[in-house]
Structure formats: C-alpha cells, structure tokens
Write a protein that binds this ligand. Structure first.
Ligand code: C2E
Ligand code: MG
Ligand code: MG
Ligand code: MG
Length: 276
C-alpha cells in the first residue's frame, strides 16, 4: 500500500543519513593515517599567462586515494579534515611536497614557474604558522618570489586583525598572497582595503556564465578593472571554452585556468607535456 511505501521511503531516507554520517566518521579517522600510508598525491593544474600565451604557473591540488573507497574529492574530504584538525599536518605536507617538486622543475629549465598552494583557515590558527612556511622554504631551498599562497574569504572572516598581521609577515618572507574564489560566498570589498593582496582569483561560477548571462559578464569585467586599479593581477578559474577564454583576453585578464587548457595533471603527465 501507499502507506507502507511511504514508511519504506522514510526508512530509506534515515538509512541514507546514517550512512553518510558513518562514512564521514570513518573518513575522519582514516585521514589521521593517510599521510603515513602514502594515500595522498598532488595534481598540478597549469595556468596560462594571456600576454605570453604560455604556462606561467601551476596550482597544487590535493588528491586522496582511499584503499577501499577509491578516489575521494577534496570537496568532500577537505571540510572533514578541517573539522578534525588533520588539515594542519596535511596542509604542511602539500606545501612541502609541492615546493620540492616545483623546485625540481625550475632546476630542469622551467626556471620561472610559479607554484600556487591553497591554505586552510585552520593552518592560520596555528601558533607557528609563519615559522612553518619559512622552514619549508628553507628546507626545499624554494624561492619565495615564486610561491603564491591562496586564501579564501573564510580566513578573513575569522579574526581579521590577527589575520592581517600574519599575512603581512608572510609578505615579508617574499611570498605572494592570492584571494581565491572571489565573489563566492560572503565576499566583501573591504577585504581588499584591509590588506594588499597580489592576486585576485575570480570564482569560476562567474566565468562559466560570462557568455550566457550579461550580468556575469559585467561583473567579471568590473572585477578585472577594480583589481587593476588596486594593482592586483587577475586569474580567472574554471575556463572551459574558447569563447570564455577570448572574453577574458579581451578584458585584459592576466592569467587563465581551466579544463579548456588542462585538467589538474599527475606529476608524470605534467613533466611529459611541459618539462621537455
Ligand atoms: P580551488 O582552490 O578553487 O581549486 C580549483 C578547483 O577547480 C579544483 O577542484 C580544480 O580541479 C577545479 N577546476 C579547475 N578548472 C576547472 C574547470 O574548467 N571547470 C570546473 N568545473 N572545475 C575546474 P578540486 O581539485 O576538486 O579542488 C576543490 C577545492 O578543494 C579547491 O578549490 C580548494 O579549495 C580545495 N583544495 C584542494 N587542494 C587543497 C589543499 O591542498 N589544501 C586546501 N586547504 N584546500 C585544497
Ligand atoms: Mg585555489
Ligand atoms: Mg578557486
Ligand atoms: Mg573554487
């Protein structure tokens, strides 16, 4: 009967919630051992300079190959990792591994390749955060000028004054600071006056609508002009078509990133394509 069916649906639904909860708890536990169990690797997504028409930088994007669950997306595991604090050692592992890797590519001839690494708000909260970055740079003898740290608005929403102080210390190290996912969530233009960012990364939700929605096109054009007035370089993420690329070139966007050029690549693929 319909009533029985309804009850079954309800049971199915609660079952689903329970399964999600159990999976999350399991992943949270497994994240504690994922580094030592060698389950992480990093993919590098090429970013193109539109003036030079060549790859100028790569974004390090973390990948997790779980022994039973297979590939798990950062969209799923990064929030869990932020919840239980494992993002702190994991974030350091990403930075260290990526600096080590990109340093090698620089030495093999790609001498001005810039590395972009994402940072979590939980890393910022650490007492020794700036020291950790300085140590990684020293240990890998990585040129700080060729490192861009990507932060999101969520970091600036936390404890702004302390955050600005940390960002200024990072700049003293010589690294560049990029504001990622600009326009998504609780963006505030005041963040742009609170701190001198080097790079502004426009969220891909705007880029993907530039040709179908005049409002998005106007926003992207205006954000690029705003950024240039403030002396920031602009990166557009999520470029998937030639038309989007042309729009961005016409609007003087300095750097473009997206599946139209390349997906994030494992080390071997990046080397085969760009380090010959
Ligand atoms: P993000 O920093 O904004 O990175 C860009 C994301 O957009 C990546 O997703 C990339 O694969 C995806 N992407 C690039 N081009 C395109 C495109 O043309 N179309 C579409 N639809 N997507 C594109 P991914 O690798 O799944 O990472 C998702 C998010 O996870 C990242 O967003 C970042 O916030 C976070 N994340 C990844 N690695 C790390 C890490 O090492 N540390 C921290 N704290 N967060 C990370
Ligand atoms: Mg990013
Ligand atoms: Mg982004
Ligand atoms: Mg994003």
């Amino acid at each position: 009967t319909a009533k029985q069916k309804g009850k079954n649906n309800f049971q199915l639904y609660t079952e689903e919630i329970k399964n999600k909860f159990v999976r999350k708890r399991k992943l949270a536990e497994d994240l504690k051992y994922a580094i030592e169990n060698h389950q992480f690797f990093i993919c590098y997504q090429p970013i193109i300079n539109t003036m030079k028409n060549k790859v100028c930088s790569v974004e390090a994007l973390l990948r997790w190959k779980h022994p039973f669950e297979g590939m798990i997306s950062p969209g799923e595991f990064i929030p869990i990792s932020e919840d239980n604090g494992t993002i702190v050692p994991i974030g350091e592992w990403v930075l260290r591994s990526a600096c080590f890797q990109v340093k090698q590519w620089q030495q093999r001839g790609f001498y001005d390749l810039v590395l972009k690494v994402n940072l979590s708000v939980r890393q910022f909260e650490q007492e020794n955060f700036v020291e950790m970055i300085a140590n990684v740079l020293k240990d890998t003898s990585y040129n700080p000028q060729l490192l861009e740290l990507e932060i999101t608005e969520s970091i600036l929403m936390q404890n702004t004054e302390q955050t600005i102080e940390i960002l200024n210390k990072l700049k003293k190290l010589g690294v560049k600071i990029s504001l990622d996912d600009f326009g998504k969530g609780f963006s505030s233009l005041s963040y742009l006056t609170d701190f001198s960012f080097d790079v502004l990364k426009i969220d891909r939700s705007f880029i993907q609508k530039v040709l179908i929605d005049e409002k998005s096109a106007a926003i992207v054009n205006t954000v690029i002009n705003l950024a240039h007035q403030l002396n920031l370089r602009v990166v557009a993420e999520g470029v998937e078509t030639e038309e989007q690329f042309k729009f961005l070139v016409n609007n003087q966007c300095e750097e473009v990133q997206g599946f139209f050029f390349s997906h994030p690549l494992p080390v071997e693929d990046f080397e085969r394509l760009y380090c010959t």
